[in-house]
Write a protein that binds this ligand. Structure first.
Ligand code: LMR
Length: 400
């Protein structure tokens, strides 16, 4: 019998979409999951992706298994995108990399690998707060979770001092999970100067930085700018671990395309790490799906499609910035909210961490049919020119 099994809770993020779908109110808004929508509220498939799909069909490729670590033309392009073509470890052949089932899969493969081989600790440090799935991923990979200070509720900004103190006081050689850009859920990132300092102290303490880069290009509209932290740490000599996702920046959500990589110290070490990554992956899912990785590799390796994609990344990032401005404008100018709303435009990326309390979130959903996560995070992508004023009014009503 399975009678002993308790009913599990709905997922804190994906459960919101389920609740939203059941609502029949015409003004309902889904600001839960971080998935881009155009200004008509519709999912957006990038033109560069559509064109790559056409070419793939024309090329009549086979459906043989990929190798355990995925499509080489994809992992090569993914590495170039994250680390940059001038990256020394890349040029020297020191990067171990595998295709992954998007960002979650990259974190999980990385988690299992580190749990098996990282010699110092079975504990990982997360920012407070962090993405709702990080805890489960690393616990299921065998890690104990610890936290470092990150978000300062009093300013809706970064608690830089607390962050630095916690890096200092963690035991030497700890693993630190860092959001490379567009921190989820807060939308608050360190400045480049702050990253420089963070890199220095992490180096002094011998910590291992594990970057989660799910939003390269999405934060600023510029893929190089958003890769600042990753590239700076690498040039400072850190042997970083990196999770990449193409869900947001190429709109590949359901295709599940990502990569996990690790910088090693020698070609011999790289070969050993590659071989062990295979031993992690083979019993999990044998080898990854090919379609999404093919699309991404077609887009990134063709100069014309690559250029078109960069333009589309910028369009998405700019629309998000515009919605931030409009939301703040309506709150302050039309509804004359006296609360400070600067963080709406100061924060970056897919999300705004509004500061709404759980009771206010509940009222937004119950009275206004606006769906968001309990922590007060809103996915800006769910806002459009047509519903931004309605949202501002709803937020004003529950906060005044
Ligand atoms: C989110 O935070 O909404 C996204 O990263 C989607 C997800 O899988 O949770």
């Amino acid at each position: 019998s399975w009678a002993h099994i308790p009913l599990g809770p709905p997922d804190a993020i994906l459960g919101i979409t389920d609740a939203f779908k059941k609502d029949i109110h015409p003004k309902k808004m889904n600001l839960g999951v971080g998935a881009y929508r155009d200004d008509d509220g519709k999912p957006y498939v990038l033109n560069a992706v559509r064109k790559a799909e056409q070419r793939i069909i024309q090329d009549k490729l086979d459906k043989e298994y990929l190798s355990i670590t995925g499509l080489p033309s994809f992992t090569k392009e993914a590495a170039l995108l994250a680390y940059g073509k001038d990256s020394e470890p890349l040029q020297e052949g020191l990067l171990a990399i595998t295709q992954s089932i998007s960002g979650t899969g990259a974190l999980r493969v990385g988690g299992v690998f580190l749990n098996r081989f990282y010699p110092y600790h079975k504990k990982i440090y997360f920012p407070t707060p962090t993405w709702g799935n990080h805890g489960a991923i690393f616990r299921d990979s065998g890690f104990e979770i610890a936290q470092y200070r990150y978000f300062d509720k009093s300013t809706n900004g970064l608690d830089f001092e607390g962050f630095m103190e916690d890096i200092q006081s963690a035991p030497k050689n700890s693993i630190f999970l860092l959001h490379a850009c567009a921190h989820n859920p807060t939308g608050v990132d360190p400045t480049p100067q702050q990253w420089d300092q963070i890199s220095e102290v992490i180096k002094e303490r011998g910590h291992l930085p594990f970057f989660d880069m799910a939003y390269q290009g999405f934060a600023s509209g510029d893929i190089n700018r958003d890769a600042y932290a990753v590239r700076k740490f690498v040039s400072d000599g850190h042997r970083i671990a990196l999770s990449q996702s193409f869900a947001k920046n190429m709109g590949m959500y359901g295709e599940r395309v990502g990569a996990f990589s690790l910088i090693t110290e020698s070609v011999k070490e790289k070969a050993a790490v590659d071989s062990q990554l295979k031993l992690v992956i083979r019993p999990m899912y044998s080898n990854p799906p090919m379609n999404g990785a093919r699309i991404v590799s077609y887009v990134l390796s063709d100069s014309e499609l690559h250029k078109e994609w960069l333009g589309e990344v910028k369009i998405m990032a700019d629309r998000i910035k515009l919605m931030r401005k409009k939301l703040k404008h309506h709150l302050v100018e039309d509804f004359e909210s006296k609360l400070p709303w600067n963080h709406i435009t100061d924060q970056i990326g897919m999300f705004c961490f509004t500061g709404l309390k759980p009771e206010q979130v509940e009222r937004l959903t119950h009275d206004y049919h606006v769906y968001l996560t309990k922590d007060g995070r809103i996915s800006i992508s769910g806002i459009s020119s047509k519903n931004v004023k309605y949202l501002a009014e709803a937020i004003h009503q529950v906060t005044k």
